[in-house]
Design a protein around this ligand. Structure first.
Ligand code: FAD
Length: 307
């Protein structure tokens, strides 16, 4: 059995594994795809001390750092079920999709999240070629260009306000008949000169020239007309889905499916900690996930010392 078993191999899980292993305790990490969302990231320019890198390079360094400490790395393993310890201080079990089972005194859940897709033609083809999901990450790439934001909830309206300060023009596309963001954000958005808002607009296609995005087509749901906007970037902001479906009913989750953690990363289940995008910790970023993973590992170590 492990002392610390990390489930998830993104920045949060990798940091947790390094911090745990540096305490000299038996540490394992099981991940469906080592590196996590970072694998899908083109340029990373906001991980402090690293001026610029790319996603696959960053993912390779994460794995190398973890392996340098002799952590038992189990890649391509998906956690399917978490079984809390039968008695306080007992072993926690993680059952894997392949039928295997791992046991540990403490578990750190760091299964991350995924952006909800609009699922229209062009989205997959132009991902990272104009189609983006993270304004904090990719906003500066569109300086001086025209972009659209799909989604009129809080994240979409926040993204549009943020981007309006960087790009030439922002078009906000909302499917419903009104923006659903907080009133203060909507007021702020409407005060900006370089923003156009379309409600009752259903995105039907993200168009491109074969190599990069060049526009967005939507249907005006009132008139039924199809319209096309020329632009260089589209930010899809219709929600982030935590990879926590497998924990439902076992670990306490928020109404958005995020694992509820305290300031030490402790979940509702004794000995089970969590970190990163899968949790209620606000602002989903690499540096935040990594710091959070370190914190959860120290929380788990503290728990081991006391039990
Ligand atoms: P993730 O990176 O999501 O990792 C989750 C891990 O858990 C993966 O290994 C996954 O395979 C595994 N997993 C999931 N479910 C299971 C399961 N059931 N069992 C086992 N393993 C499982 N942030 C920045 O700071 N800067 C950027 O420039 C930036 N650009 C981005 C660009 C894109 C396109 C995307 C999608 C995100 C970007 N982000 C960026 C956000 C950043 O990638 C995330 O905040 C960060 O990766 C979160 O780390 P994490 O470890 O919590 O989760």
């Amino acid at each position: 059995a492990f002392d610390v078993l990390v489930v998830g191999g993104g920045p949060a899980g990798a940091a947790a594994a390094v911090y745990a292993a540096r305490k000299g305790i038996r540490t394992g990490i099981a991940a469906e795809r080592f590196g996590g969302q970072v694998n899908d990231t083109l340029a990373i320019e906001n991980y402090i001390s690293v001026l610029e890198t790319d996603g696959p390079k960053f993912a390779t360094s994460l794995e190398a750092h973890v392996k340098a400490y002799g952590v038992d790395v189990m890649n391509l393993q998906r956690g399917d079920k978490l079984i809390p310890a039968a008695a306080p201080g007992g072993l926690i079990e993680v059952q894997l999709a392949n039928g295997g089972s791992l046991k540990s005194k403490t578990v750190i859940l760091s299964t991350g999240a995924r952006w909800r897709n609009v699922n229209v033609p062009g989205e997959q083809q132009y991902k990272n070629k104009g189609v983006a999901y993270c304004p904090h990450c990719d906003g500066p790439l569109f300086k001086g260009k025209r972009v659209a934001v799909i989604g009129g909830g809080n994240s979409g309206v926040e993204a549009a306000i943020d981007l309006a300060g960087i790009v030439t023009h922002v078009t906000l596309i909302e499917f419903g008949d009104a923006l659903r963001a907080d009133a203060v954000l909507v007021t702020k958005l409407k005060s900006l000169a370089n923003v156009t808002i379309h409600t009752n607009a259903q995105t039907t296609e993200l168009t491109g020239d074969g190599t990069k995005l060049n526009g967005l087509t939507y249907t005006d749901r009132i008139s039924g007309e199809s319209r096309h906007i020329e632009l260089e970037g589209v930010f899809v902001q219709i929600g982030l889905v935590p990879n926590t479906e497998w924990l439902k009913g076992v670990v306490e989750l928020s109404k958005h499916g995020e694992i509820i953690v305290d300031a030490r990363g402790q979940t509702s289940v004794p000995g089970v900690f969590a970190a990163g995008d899968a949790t209620t910790v606000p602002f989903k970023q690499i540096i935040i996930a990594a710091g959070d993973g370190a914190k959860a590992a120290l929380g788990a170590f503290d728990h081991l010392m006391r039990n």
